[in-house]
Design a protein. Structure first.
Length: 287
């Protein structure tokens, strides 16, 4: 079965639209998200355009701040200080990657954690680690859990989840969320020995490595649920045009597993929907 992330994201946006209307009526608060884009990276421009469009579609206020690639770290920090102090701004997202001369860690640390809708600030990752309420949780990992539950039902207890990848944006937080769901969690990465054998044990396999078609059918247990976080642009051998593929060899793995997220149309659409959910949560906490 294909796990339809496009539909799940659309359903979530409907729920969010209703919640936004309710917050406006009951508290007079309209959630607002400000996206900061530094430079002209084409992929980032596409992401930001989609974010802006979907933010307004669910009834939230969307602001976009475009800064030239030459912006200094000091100037970006000053911009963030202004947004941190602006009570009309509930969510702040600085689009990554940033130009080389800017230290991403310094920038992430400068965002007010209550407005950090990416969930990348150490305060939010620490809260997630400790299982504390009120954490803003990274968006893509949230989307992975929603899609896994769509396949497996609400209770993931006792399932063996194998996460390939240990990034701060996906691998580590998705592993923590799966642990919170009472899964037994294995985190595998580029130095893992016998990776195929470890993956074969997974009831839930999350691939977040950034290598096209990396996970093969003989790595996957029959009946497993496969969540593919990869977004890799490769050249199509037949047409010569570029196309998007995941970290999982969809054609062969889909024959073995019980459920799989496609690329595109799986985890991708969930990321922005979960960003909107975080913006709503940040706005609620502000009121
Ligand atoms: N660039 C690609 N994905 C993301 C994301 O989830 N958040 C931010 N801030 N930048 C990104």
């Amino acid at each position: 079965m294909i796990i339809d992330g496009k539909k799940a994201a659309a359903d979530l946006r409907v729920t969010l639209s209703k919640a936004v209307s309710e917050l406006k009526e009951t508290k007079g608060i309209t959630p607002s998200l400000t996206v900061v884009l530094v430079g002209e990276d084409p992929a980032s421009q596409v992401y930001v355009r989609n974010k802006v469009k979907q933010t307004t579609e669910v009834g939230m206020i969307s602001n976009e701040i475009k800064l030239p690639a030459s912006t200094s770290q000091t100037a970006l920090l000053a911009q963030l200080a202004q947004l941190n102090n602006d009570h009309r701004v509930h969510g702040i997202l600085v689009q990554l990657p940033l130009p080389k001369h800017i230290d991403e860690n310094v920038i992430i640390a400068a965002i007010n954690p209550e407005k950090d809708v990416d969930g990348f600030h150490a305060m939010n990752s620490g809260r997630l680690l400790n299982g504390e309420a009120g954490a803003l949780v990274p968006c893509t990992p949230q989307g992975c859990i929603i899609l896994a539950k769509q396949q497996l039902g609400h209770d993931l207890s006792g399932k063996h989840a194998v996460v390939i990848g240990r990034s701060n944006i996906v691998g580590k937080p998705v592993a923590l969320l799966l642990l919170q769901e009472n899964c037994t969690v294995t985190i595998a990465h580029s130095r893992t020995k016998d990776l195929a054998q470890i993956c074969q044990q997974a009831d839930i396999l999350v691939a977040a490595v950034g290598r096209p078609n990396f996970v093969k059918a003989d790595w996957v247990k029959k009946g497993a649920t496969v969540i593919d976080v990869g977004i890799n642009r490769i050249e199509d051998e037949k047409t010569g045009k570029t196309k998007l593929v995941g970290d999982v060899d969809f054609a062969e793995v889909s024959k073995v597993c019980a459920g799989i997220t496609p690329v595109p149309g799986g985890v991708g659409p969930m990321t922005i929907a979960c960003l909107l959910k975080n913006t709503l949560d940040a706005a609620k906490l502000s009121g």
